[in-house]
Design a protein around this ligand. Structure first.
Ligand code: PXL
Length: 274
């Protein structure tokens, strides 16, 4: 059985980070090992969330895993809450990342703004984690903060390609920009594979509403699909289609919650696409 280890927080309510990565990757028939970086009452879009940092647990977990000789088919990092955790993510890759896919989703910003608690300095430090990954999957806001360039919604294909070139120049082999729209009413992901000098773009009709946590669902699906042997291009399609289906199902429910999507009832759709 394939096994992925993922390092990110548990937001007890919020349908993001580990509460989506674990069920999605597990449902794809892959063992999912977790390194919880913090426990929050909710994700940080709610007011007055609690935050219990677990940084001190991480190194002892690594040490125990090393002693037991555990190995993984993929390592995947999501939301990381401190500079120290960025260093631990690098240690995670160093300790367990030999011949293993290393995926970094640099969760920290959207719609031109950093999430609460993050700074420009943190974004610059995230760059060093991206450099040692195989694949990174930021949205355009995160990419702009990582590259320390102004964020713009007024972009064209040449601009997207240039950003992808700059991202892969950091050191990773592949980069995917999520949430890219090059045509009115369409939304997708634009990717670059530096090794083969190839670009990929996949888009769907845009759903009328955006939700929190969809970036985490996208990255979890990409990681699972690649681990199951899908090509980079195929895995991007599976992830885009699944997120779209999650939003579609959410919107079918009249009083749907606003903080996250119905990824649960879309799991059969996901498995059908594998
Ligand atoms: O979806 C990314 C994410 C993960 N974890 C926490 C968050 C967010 C986004 O806001 O707050 C705690």
């Amino acid at each position: 059985m394939k096994r992925i280890a993922t390092m990110q927080d548990i937001s007890c309510i919020g349908k993001c980070s580990l509460t989506v990565a674990l069920p999605i990757i597990s449902s794809m028939g892959i063992e999912t090992s977790v390194i919880p970086t913090a426990v929050l009452s909710t994700h940080t879009m709610f007011k007055d969330f609690t935050f219990h940092d677990l940084t001190n647990e991480i190194e002892p977990i690594f040490n125990h895993w090393k002693k037991e000789g555990f190995g993984f088919d993929a390592l995947y990092t999501g939301y990381l809450g401190s500079f120290e955790q960025l260093d631990l993510a690098k240690e995670f890759f160093n300790s367990f990342g030999k011949n293993t896919l290393k995926l970094v989703d640099p969760c920290m910003a959207d719609n031109g703004k950093l999430y609460p608690g993050f700074t420009r300095e943190f974004a610059r430090a995230m760059k060093d984690v991206c450099a040692v990954a195989d694949i990174i999957c930021p949205n355009l806001t995160e990419a702009s903060f990582i590259l320390d360039i102004p964020y713009t919604t007024d972009y064209d294909e040449a601009y997207v390609k240039d950003i992808l070139q700059q991202l892969t120049a950091l050191g990773c082999n592949k980069a995917v920009l999520t949430g890219i729209s090059l045509e009115e009413g369409m939304l997708g992901a634009y990717a670059y594979d530096k090794e083969n000098d190839k670009y990929y773009y996949y888009q769907n009709e845009e759903e009328p509403k955006h939700f929190h946590g969809t970036g985490d669902i996208w990255a979890s699906t990409l990681c699972g699909s690649l681990t199951r042997g899908k090509s980079f291009e195929e895995a991007i399609k599976v992830a885009c289609d699944y997120v779209k289906e999650c939003i579609r199902l959410t919107l079918l429910e009249e009083n749907h919650n606003e903080y996250g999507v119905n990824f649960e009832e879309a799991i059969p759709y996901l498995l059908n696409n594998l």
